[in-house]
Design a protein around this ligand. Structure first.
Ligand code: BGC
Length: 758
């Protein structure tokens, strides 16, 4: 329907109908207006499968939903670093929505993994905003190609579950832009989600739902978002103010209470009716966008989609350690140990919980292979060692040639609604791994978890496979990796620190009461570990393969550019091993010298290529200003400081294999306002300004500054110190020393300096 037609429709609605349209009719539907032919429109969770509730609705995953297909959760899909795969997963989800009459799927969820403790990390993508927004963008494109909307969430700075409905994320402007907004920005600009879901929390004192700055100025005015913003379920706290801020649709439903407030506010003149009209237009635009292109022939083929889920899972499994033990030969006697071999932990708890139509465990996947025995090893209902299960497992391991332990975090450890307390696995599982490894030198640990864990046993086992929460087909995918049918190709989208205390947010995570200060600033994840030169368990971007890759021939199409230009970077990658494999090539940029505090390097692009043995491919990246920029709070915009930058090509953030230095020139001069407090050093940066200052107060700069000092003092009083003394002296400094100039004289000089560029 055209914008004009929608406006006409809105013009025919009564104020009451329009107010009602601004909140849900029930848990999952928008309002219908039958007399005008406006249908109700259904939305459903998301993000990694369809949680469509036909009966009683809830937002905690408590009541039943239809049988559906559970894909790997965001923690895993991000590890694929594969945009095409995410697009395909999105297309599959979009088709499922069409078949089920769902207009918008509630996802992707892109909140930054500030701490390994966030209970919802399993749903989120990364500690790095580029990875989060690129993965989200691809999923959005896939879903929306089926004419179904997405709802990128939870906007903004919702990085913990503790007190999520009232917590106040206190974040400085630069950090917000470089880390937390950036996770949404690329996806919103490039993939144009139909809707955005605002979060529960406050950002610097203002509820996300009420935040005009982010909902309207940033999202719409700067990023060009043109869909509707809906609240997270129950995130509305002041309906009229929220509407003014840019929150169009309240979900689920206030059962008419807030409609009355809207009507009352319009009648009293507190709220301009045009604000209501705009919100309704935005909602209807999406309602009809979906309605008019309904695919009535779409079929939800669950078995087919299960296979897609398996294909996705195969690229989400990260091989973390392999000392010659993998891939396994299917001829060997193998012990599959651990409860998760039989009942895999493959998804997280809460609103994303899918009612899986079937589940393939690793044991299911090896059915018929009589060289594989199974021992449960532990019971995850309790954190206590079950001595009988442990003894059985040790026996099974002793009698086999290889032991594969399927371990991880029980569901009660990580879920929406609460945060983890620590980064450890249950003791009973750690003990099991130690005891099995003590009797079986060929021990491999397969991990099912949505967020980093500590691995006290890592040096005692030969293999570690991070399967994340791999969706309902995870067992088949794991076995394909274990037996080498599929070559692992995922890499970590987050750092695994050695211990929780190493994490940059450790000192302030979850905050004090509602106050959550993001004191680590921009130094999230590898940005921090790199800067501190810290050892980590496994670094960001790391993952092994069954083949080897060599990188060569890093070239740039120019080694000098203005910040208005772009630069093409290419590199050759060769599969030097014996089997086919996929490699994720990472491009980082490092500012070699900067007057602002910056990370050592930042990921600016990545690409995944598929290579046969011996094959070489050239991959190309295009870098623009943003790749070199930081967010300047001086101009409230991205800014590049003229100078040299290193372009780093890495296999991981800690394995940089090729480097090239380039020069980028800024076309923007940062405004500089002189005051009486401006230091001489800052004045010296502009020779014209320095000349004025020296000429205006010649007595202020005598040659011998150290006359009055003793001999010993004189020796220590180096030239450097003299310079520093001068450099850091404010313009008003000479007023206090010698009485040659007055504050009025200094102010006159300041005025002259500020007039220099007028
Ligand atoms: C969650 C959202 C979810 C919504 C609807 C909320 O509790 O935070 O992610 O989409 O419920 O279930």
């Amino acid at each position: 329907m055209t914008a004009d037609k929608i406006k006409e429709l809105v013009a025919q609605m009564t104020l009451e109908e329009k107010a009602a349209m601004c909140s849900g009719a029930d848990f999952w539907h928008t309002e219908a207006v039958e007399r005008l032919g406006i249908p109700a429109s259904m939305v459903s969770d998301g993000p990694h499968g369809l949680r469509k509730q036909d009966q009683e609705g809830d937002h905690l995953g408590v009541n039943d939903s239809i049988k559906a297909v559970c894909f790997p959760a965001g923690c895993g899909t991000a590890a694929s670093f594969n945009r095409d795969l995410l697009r395909e997963m999105g297309e599959t989800l979009g088709n499922e929505c069409q078949a089920e009459g769902v207009s918008v799927i509630l996802g992707p969820a892109v909140n930054i993994k500030r701490s390994p403790l966030c209970g919802r990390n399993f749903e989120y993508y990364s500690e790095d905003p580029l990875v989060a927004s690129e993965m989200a963008g691809a999923l959005i494109q896939g879903v929306q190609s089926k004419n179904v909307g997405t709802s990128i969430k939870h906007f903004l700075a919702n990085n913990q579950e503790t007190r999520r409905l009232s917590s106040d994320s206190r974040i400085d402007e630069r950090t917000l832009h470089e880390i937390y907004l950036a996770a949404f920005e690329g996806a919103v600009k490039k993939a144009k989600p139909w809707t955005v879901m605002c979060s529960y929390n406050r950002i610097n004192g203002i509820y996300a739902a009420q935040n005009h700055q982010y909902l309207t100025e940033t999202l719409r005015n700067q990023w060009g978002f043109d869909g509707y913003v809906m609240s997270d379920w129950g995130a509305v706290n002041n309906r009229v103010e929220d509407l003014k801020a840019g929150l169009d649709l309240e979900m689920p439903s206030s059962l008419g209470a807030n409609d009355k407030l809207i009507v009352g506010a319009v009648l009293s003149g507190e709220l301009d009716e045009s604000v209501v009209d705009t919100a309704v237009e935005r909602i209807l635009n999406i309602v009809f966008r979906y309605e008019e292109k309904r695919d009535k022939n779409a079929v939800f083929d669950k078995d087919k989609d299960h296979e897609t889920a398996r294909k996705v899972a195969e690229e989400t499994i990260v091989l973390l350690k392999n000392e010659g033990v993998l891939p396994l030969s299917d001829k060997r006697k193998i012990a599959f140990i651990g409860k998760y071999a039989k009942t895999p932990r493959y998804q997280g708890g809460g609103s994303s919980h899918i009612n899986s139509h079937k589940i393939t465990s690793a044991l299911d996947a090896v059915q018929g292979m009589d060289n594989i025995i199974y021992a449960q090893g532990f019971d995850d209902a309790e954190d206590k060692t079950d001595e009988r299960l442990l003894a059985e497992a040790v026996e099974a391991a002793r009698g086999a040639e290889v032991a594969v332990i399927f371990a991880g975090l029980p569901e009660k450890y990580e879920s929406e609604g609460f945060d983890r307390k620590h980064m450890a696995m249950p003791n009973c599982q750690n003990e099991l791994i130690e005891k099995v490894a003590a009797v079986q030198p060929n021990t491999v640990v397969v991990l099912h978890n949505g967020s980093p864990i500590e691995m006290p046993w890592v040096d005692k086992v030969k293999g570690v496979v991070e399967a994340y929460l791999g969706g309902q087909a995870v067992g088949g995918a794991i076995c394909d990796i274990l037996f080498g049918k599929v070559n692992p190709s995922a890499k970590l989208p987050e750092t695994f620190p050695l211990k929780l205390e190493d994490n940059p947010s450790y000192l302030s995570y979850i905050g004090e009461g509602d106050m959550v200060e993001y004191r680590e600033g921009i130094f999230v994840g590898y940005r921090y570990y790199d800067k501190k030169k810290m050892d980590v368990l496994f670094p960001f971007g790391y993952g092994l393969s069954y083949t080897t890759f060599e990188y060569s021939n890093l070239t740039v199409d120019k080694d000098r550019m203005k910040d208005t230009d772009t630069m093409r970077v290419s590199v050759d990658v060769t599969n030097t091993g014996a089997v086919a494999g996929k490699e994720i090539i990472q491009l980082y940029v490092a500012d070699k010298e900067s007057t602002v505090i910056r990370p050592v390097k930042e990921l600016r692009d990545f690409v995944k290529v598929d290579l046969k043995p011996g094959e070489t491919k050239t991959v190309t990246f295009t870098l623009d200003k943003r790749a070199f920029a930081y967010y300047s709070v001086n101009i409230h915009d991205w800014h590049v400081e003229t100078g040299e930058f290193d372009i780093l090509i890495g296999k991981s953030s800690r394995d940089i294999v090729l480097t090239k230095t380039v020069n980028v020139e800024s076309t923007v001069k940062l405004p500089f306002v002189y005051t009486t407090d401006t230091t001489m050093g800052d004045v010296m940066k502009d020779p014209r300004a320095w000349k004025i200052v020296k000429e205006s107060m010649p007595q202020a700069f005598p040659e011998a500054q150290n006359d009055s000092k003793s001999e010993a003092e004189n020796e220590a009083f180096t030239e450097e110190m003299a310079n520093a003394g001068l450099m850091y002296s404010p313009l008003r400094g000479p007023v206090s020393f010698g009485g040659h100039v007055s504050m009025a004289d200094i102010q006159a000089i300041v005025d002259k300096l500020n007039a220099l560029d007028e």
